[in-house]
Design a protein around this ligand. Structure first.
Ligand SMILES: [Zn+2]
Length: 488
């Protein structure tokens, strides 16, 4: 009887705590401050210039022989003629011939500079998908207040938006106190080794460090891109995952397949693959917890109760997030078996079999720790495990989401959006950006562009019918202009 009473009291206590946590899981009311600069931007002129930028086919082809450096030089010429004030006031250094590094000298050298990034190149449009575009991919057509074409969101709108903002500020007579650098790589879509990496090397040589580095990699999502939340969410990337592919190789005696051993070399490799798929990397909920702390209050009551009580529900949340491949990728190093090879003929036993597995590495882990984990799970001395080629990078450092720069970035987003429902939150970027090359140049490296994504627009990135609305593009320009003023 005493035990029953005790259990009942404990249960009631638990319910009270859960209820209390759920009810107090609310958002701070945000006060919407006006823009520091709300002077007009000529919608027609800036849209037309973005349309022209899209028509420059600065394509990063996978095959080197397909690439054309000429188009980048023509694009540079186009920028110089489109933004005369900027090219008069700012100094320009071309890095590795095709990447651009601008500097707007500030009046106060005691202030650390900021670096705003974007990239000139775009991904190709496959021949098979060309006919599926409503407007041709490189025509830059503007129709019903939408600018169409490859690079509209990824990311000519970033290069052009930054330049428009600065041209506009110069025209108004603005002179920054803090120096501003603009860095536009030319091979982001190929990993940035020839562009951003070389720019970063140059900046390191100058012994520069930055108050803020801002690249692409986060944006505003709405309408259920994150299920259960209808408020728009500005996702600011504070870190990005690393990348490595490992090659697993097993040797066999070979010979005729009429008298096979119990396990061929390919069989050994297959077992290793099964083991790896069945033993995913352990979950790390650090970044998800941060995200849910911010978006949880905008969810329905049940989900709100779950996320308000992570002290109790963490195993449940881990299970839910692990169940879908999108969310699973946000909490662990992912394992993707992508290629495999056996013998060259159906009746020949393989003398060698191999598989290639691609891993996207969580912060706090490294290529070495991933290799160790894989070696342990494969647990087969007959299988050689090695890194594929020279390619691969450790995850980026994690930038602080409580820094002064983060707060200024958040404030800029609110001032431009003017939306009380807008949630701003740090998050982990799943893909790779040029920002990974800038580690050590700043403690505050963030990834965000002021573009809006709904579920249907997400697939346009690197896909067909890439487009940006004129309204969103205007906000992109306003965002950069406001950020420059707020950082000053
Ligand atoms: Zn991009």
């Amino acid at each position: 009887m005493k035990l029953l009473k005790w259990l009942l009291v404990s249960f009631l206590c638990l319910i009270t705590i859960v209820l209390f946590k759920t009810l107090s899981f609310t958002r701070e009311e945000i006060s919407l401050l006006p823009l520091l600069d709300d002077s007009p931007i000529n919608k027609g002129v800036v849209s037309e210039r973005l349309s022209q930028a899209i028509q420059h086919r600065t394509i990063s082809y996978a095959k080197a022989s397909d690439r054309n450096p000429e188009v980048f030089l023509e694009f540079h010429h186009f920028l110089a003629t489109s933004f005369p004030l900027l090219h008069e006031k700012l100094s320009l250094k071309k890095i590795n011939k095709l990447s651009l590094l601008y500097k707007w000298q500030g009046s106060d050298d005691s202030l650390k500079p900021i670096l705003l990034m974007s990239h000139q190149d775009v991904v190709p449009v496959d021949d098979e998908t060309k006919s599926l575009w409503t407007h041709p991919a490189f025509a830059g057509e503007i129709s019903n207040d939408i600018i169409w074409g490859r690079g509209a969101i990824d990311i000519k709108s970033g290069v052009m938006g930054l330049m428009e903002a600065i041209e506009n500020l110069i025209a108004q007579g603005h002179q920054p106190k803090r120096s501003i650098y603009l860095a536009f790589g030319h091979d982001e879509e190929l990993g940035g080794e020839q562009g951003a990496k070389k720019i970063a090397d140059y900046l390191k040589k100058q012994e520069l460090t930055f108050e803020l580095i801002l690249d692409e990699g986060g944006s505003i999502v709405s309408d259920g891109v994150i299920p259960g939340v209808n408020s728009p969410i500005a996702l600011i990337g504070i870190a990005e995952k690393g990348y490595v592919s490992l090659k697993l190789t097993a040797s066999g005696a070979g010979g005729h397949s009429s008298m096979p051993p119990k396990h061929t070399a390919l069989g050994e490799i297959s077992q290793a693959i099964v083991n790896l798929e069945n033993n995913p990397f352990p979950a790390n909920l650090t970044y998800s917890k941060q995200l849910f702390k911010n978006i949880g209050p905008a969810m329905g009551t049940l989900k709100k109760a779950v996320f308000a009580n992570m002290w109790l529900t963490e195993p449940l949340v881990e299970n839910i997030l692990s169940a879908s491949r999108n969310t699973s990728a946000s909490i662990r190093t992912t394992t993707a078996v992508t290629m495999a090879k056996g013998s060259s003929k159906d009746n020949i036993l393989p003398t060698e079999a191999s598989a290639i597995i691609n891993f996207r590495i969580m912060p706090e882990e490294t290529i070495d720790s991933v290799t160790r984990y894989v070696t342990n799970i494969v647990d087969n001395p007959k299988i050689k495990i090695e890194k594929l080629a020279d390619f691969g990078n450790n995850p980026s450092a994690v930038s602080n989401s409580n820094s002064d720069s983060f707060q200024r970035l958040e404030q800029t987003i609110h001032r431009v959006a003017q939306d009380k429902d807008m949630i701003v939150t740090p998050y982990l970027v799943m893909g790779g950006t040029d920002a990974k090359h800038y580690t050590n140049l700043s403690d505050s490296i963030y990834r965000f562009t002021f573009s809006r994504f709904r579920p249907e627009s997400l697939i346009q990135m690197h896909g067909i019918n890439e487009q940006i609305s004129v309204a969103d593009y205007m906000d992109t320009i306003k965002f950069y202009r406001e950020l420059i003023l707020i950082m000053d």
